[in-house]
Design a protein around this ligand. Structure first.
Ligand code: AMP
Length: 544
């Protein structure tokens, strides 16, 4: 083997910031602040100065390479400063989801052995409650100025004072191995304890490159990006890095994630691109529709985290001219795996074919290899109908969990995602279910996501979940749990009738129940485990 003779400059997160300051120093970062909901704005250049001061402050606190520094914070500029400063000095940024139960947060922090915790004012009470239970915690910092320091945390440090204590930003980012850990994020852990995914500088930079590609998120210097996806979960899908690589303006919504606030910020900051889970877009669209508003600058949105209902995609695209990019990924995948963009083969596709395609989660991004396997582990064909366990591998996919064993990593080097999928001849992957959520009727699988997609097209339906409920004859049958739109009527029979001709007869839900709301987990996904428990002894109607 002959070695190449190119430089081996390490792929470091600090390199992204250094580039962004130089190449796009004037680009704006606009944030709605957690402490007073006021709008704050500064530039990439000022981010660089503050990140270097923060890096010096962290070192002065005694934070060492490899130490875990935790955050519980909304999307905002101070959180971004932590993203760059913590990883930049070789420490590990541990983002924590505030929607988890405090005992679970304490469990995670103890597991990670966090040295420091930075929180928004919103989470001062949470900080006060959790901190005494985390033995490793040496520093507590609240992300605000002195005037907003909360009464609940009298012994915490004020972030602005911590940064201001550094007289200047004279600091060179250290260079180290690109495989050094950069960030830690725990999976939502709906079954068992959460598991830590430990990203590296290399994986983060490569993911940021790939997610920016034209046929992936297509991020450009003319874009203004509003990440609705939280920086506390999978690094806001890498946008805090990819925005800087491409020189895009960033607009952080802070804690105000209701439809009205997001819409107003999108309009006032001329946002062109946004990303989030389906529930967020339902809220945004409801606000826009009720008030007969238009999007004047928004061009495209990435929807992922849960299946993007076709009805939602159509409303955005047909009524408002906003293109929807359906994406799939996982915490373990940094998170991006697939994204749905057309190829030249789709130039003349019909409207119907277009939305059949767009219901799929898309093509694997370069850098992510996909395969589907049957129960014996045999690889299945890419024919659009064979479905099996979805496996992935690539440079930004976890190879193991932090301090935890798992059977999800196969002997031949793949990660078993826990999703069940088909892949068609053109490489478009479609998730049919989570392995643990599949409905097995008479020994055959029914795709619950397909059923949900059908009923979501009904004008009276706000949200829906199809779940498996035990059945004497068939083992399991699908039960449809529906939330109606306010003031709308829908009967059981009408809902069931709506499936006629749209799915195979034996897939049609055997019964329907109406509820006021679906239980949502910490990352905005419907908690099907909870629904299954609730309806485990559902009495099927006569004749079912
Ligand atoms: P998390 O690690 O919390 O981001 O959850 C990852 C899981 O969310 C995946 O394994 C899928 O089950 C689900 N998921 C993510 N994106 C999609 C999507 N576009 N359609 C269906 N399920 C999705």
């Amino acid at each position: 083997m002959l070695h190449g003779l190119m430089m081996t400059r390490p792929l470091l997160i600090s390199g992204i910031l250094r580039f962004a300051e130089r190449a796009h120093g004037n680009r704006e970062i606009v944030s709605r602040r957690a402490e007073d909901l006021a709008i704050h704005r500064y530039t990439y250049r000022e981010l660089g100065v503050r990140a270097r001061k923060l890096a010096k402050a962290l070192l002065a606190l005694g934070i060492k390479p490899g130490d875990r520094v935790a955050t519980i914070a909304w999307n905002g500029y101070r959180h971004l400063e932590l993203y760059y400063a913590v990883s930049g000095i070789g420490a590990v940024l541990h983002t924590i989801n505030p929607r988890l139960h405090p005992t679970q947060i304490a469990w995670i922090m103890n597991h990670a052995e966090d040295k420091a915790l930075f929180v928004d004012t919103t989470f001062a009470k949470l900080l006060a409650g959790v901190a005494p239970h985390v033995a490793s915690l040496a520093h507590k910092v609240v992300l605000c100025g002195r005037e907003h320091m909360p009464a609940e945390t009298p012994d915490a440090t004020c972030y602005e004072e911590l940064v201001a204590a550094q007289a200047d930003d004279a600091f060179e980012w250290p260079e180290f191995d690109e495989n050094t850990a950069s960030c830690l994020c725990y999976t939502s852990g709906t079954t068992g304890n959460p598991r830590g995914v430990l990203y590296s500088h290399r994986s983060t930079v490569l993911h940021a490159y790939a997610s920016s590609l034209p046929d992936v998120m297509g991020i450009r210097a003319v874009d203004a990006i509003l990440p609705v996806v939280p920086m506390f979960h999978v690094n806001a899908w890498g946008l805090p890095y990819s925005a800087l690589i491409n020189g895009a303006k960033i607009v952080f919504p802070g804690p105000a994630l209701d439809g009205k606030s997001v819409y107003e910020l999108m309009e006032s900051e001329r946002v062109t691109f946004s990303a989030g889970v389906p529930t967020v877009w339902l809220g945004l669209l409801a606000h826009v529709e009720q008030n007969k508003l238009r999007f004047t600058t928004l061009k495209r949105c990435v929807i992922g985290g849960s299946a993007a209902p076709v009805a939602l995609q159509q409303r955005f695209e047909r009524e408002y001219g906003v293109e929807i990019l359906h994406a799939w990924g996982m915490t373990e995948m940094s998170p991006l795996g697939t994204l749905n963009q057309p190829t030249s083969e789709h130039e003349r596709e019909s409207e119907e074919a277009k939305y059949t395609r767009k219901a799929k989660q898309g093509r694997g991004v370069y850098g992510v290899e996909l395969r589907i396997v049957d129960e014996a582990g045999k690889e299945l064909p890419w024919d659009g109908t064979s479905f099996g366990a979805l496996h992935v591998r690539g440079p930004w996919i976890a190879g193991s969990y932090f301090r935890s064993e798992s059977g999800a990593f196969t002997a031949d080097g793949w990660f078993d995602t826990g999703d069940v999928a088909t892949i068609d001849a053109q490489g478009f992957m479609k998730i049919t279910d989570r392995t643990k959520d599949v409905i097995k009727s008479g020994g055959e699988w029914i795709g619950s996501l397909d059923l949900e997609d059908v009923i979501m097209k009904h004008p009276s339906v706000a949200m829906a979940a199809a779940i498996a409920v035990p059945h004497e004859k068939w083992g399991e049958r699908p039960l449809l749990v529906v939330v109606k739109k306010p003031g709308q009527e829908l009967s059981r029979d009408e809902a069931i009738g709506y499936f006629e001709g749209k799915v195979a007869k034996w897939w049609i839900p055997s019964d329907v129940v109406f509820v006021d709301a679906l239980p949502l987990g910490a990352t905005g996904k419907v908690l099907k485990t909870e629904l299954r428990q609730k309806f485990a002894s559902h009495a099927w109607p006569e004749g079912v």
